[in-house]
Design a protein around this ligand. Structure first.
Ligand code: E4P
Length: 217
C-alpha cells in the first residue's frame, strides 16, 4: 500500500520524505489556501522534495480551460499528477490527458458509479473521500469495498487512492480492503507509528539497559 501526504506544508513534506516511507503528495485548493503560498511555486517546490507523484488540482470548471491549466501544471515538474474534479468536463479532460500519457487523479468521488466512470476515462487514481461520507452518516469504507470489487471485476488499472482520511482506523480498514493508496494528513501518518505499549516497553528497556552500565559505542 502506498502512502501519500495530504498537505501543501513543505516543512511537513520534507520531514516525512526523509523517512523514506512517503510515496507521493496530494494537494487541493483548500490546502494551498492554508499554506498561504503561491500555488505554482509551492507545488514546484513539493515536486522537488518527493520522487513520487504530486497531485495539483485544476480550478477551471470547463474542459477547454482545464486543458490549458493542465498544460501549465505539467510544465512544473515530471512528477506532476493533474487532479481533476469528478464532473463530465473533468472526466473528458481526464480521458484526453490519459491518452497523452499524463498522470491523472480524479477527485471528489462519492459513489461507485463515479469511480466506474473515472476508470473508463483512464484515470491513474480515483480519490473517494471516506471522511466526508462518514461525516454525513454514510460508511466511507463501504464505498472503498465497492470500488475494489468493481475494478477487480473488470481488471481496471485505475488505483484506488483513499482520501479524506481522518485517523489510523481509516488506514487499517483501507489496507484490509486492498486499496492501493491512502493519502493522509501528516498527523495521521505519524500516529500510525504510535502505541502506548511501544512507549512503555521502550522506557523499561532503557531503564534496564542503564543498570548494566554498558554502551554500544
Ligand atoms: C485529497 O486528495 C483530498 O483533497 C483530501 O483528502 C480531502 O480531505 P478532507 O475531507 O479532510 O478535506
Amino acid at each position: 500500500m502506498k502512502f501519500f501526504a495530504d498537505t501543501a506544508d513543505v516543512a511537513d513534506i520534507a520531514d516525512l520524505a526523509a523517512t523514506g516511507l512517503m510515496d507521493g503528495v496530494t494537494t487541493n485548493p483548500s490546502l494551498i489556501a492554508k499554506s498561504g503560498r503561491n500555488f505554482l511555486e509551492v507545488v514546484k517546490e513539493i515536486c522537488g522534495l518527493v520522487d513520487g507523484p504530486v497531485s495539483a488540482e485544476v480550478v477551471a470548471l470547463d474542459h477547454a480551460t482545464m486543458m490549458k491549466e493542465a498544460a501549465v501544471l505539467r510544465d512544473l515538474a515530471p512528477n506532476i499528477c493533474v487532479k481533476l474534479p469528478l464532473t463530465i468536463d473533468g472526466l473528458k479532460t481526464c480521458k484526453a490527458l490519459s491518452a497523452e500519457g499524463v498522470k491523472t487523479n480524479v477527485t471528489l468521488c462519492f459513489s461507485a458509479n463515479q469511480a466506474l466512470l473515472a476508470a473508463k476515462a483512464g484515470a491513474t487514481y480515483i480519490s473517494p473521500f471516506v471522511g466526508r461520507l462518514d461525516d454525513i452518516g454514510h460508511d466511507g469504507m463501504e464505498l472503498i469495498q465497492d470500488i475494489r470489487t468493481i475494478y477487480d471485476n473488470y481488471d481496471f488499472k485505475t488505483e484506488i487512492l483513499v482520501a479524506s482520511v481522518r485517523s489510523p482506523v481509516h488506514v487499517l480498514a483501507a489496507a484490509r480492503i486492498g486499496a492501493d493508496v491512502a493519502t493522509m494528513p501528516p498527523a495521521v501518518i505519524r500516529a500510525l507509528a504510535g502505541h502506548a505499549l511501544t512507549d512503555k516497553g521502550l522506557a523499561a528497556f532503557m531503564a534496564d539497559w542503564a543498570k548494566t552500565g554498558q554502551s554500544i559505542l
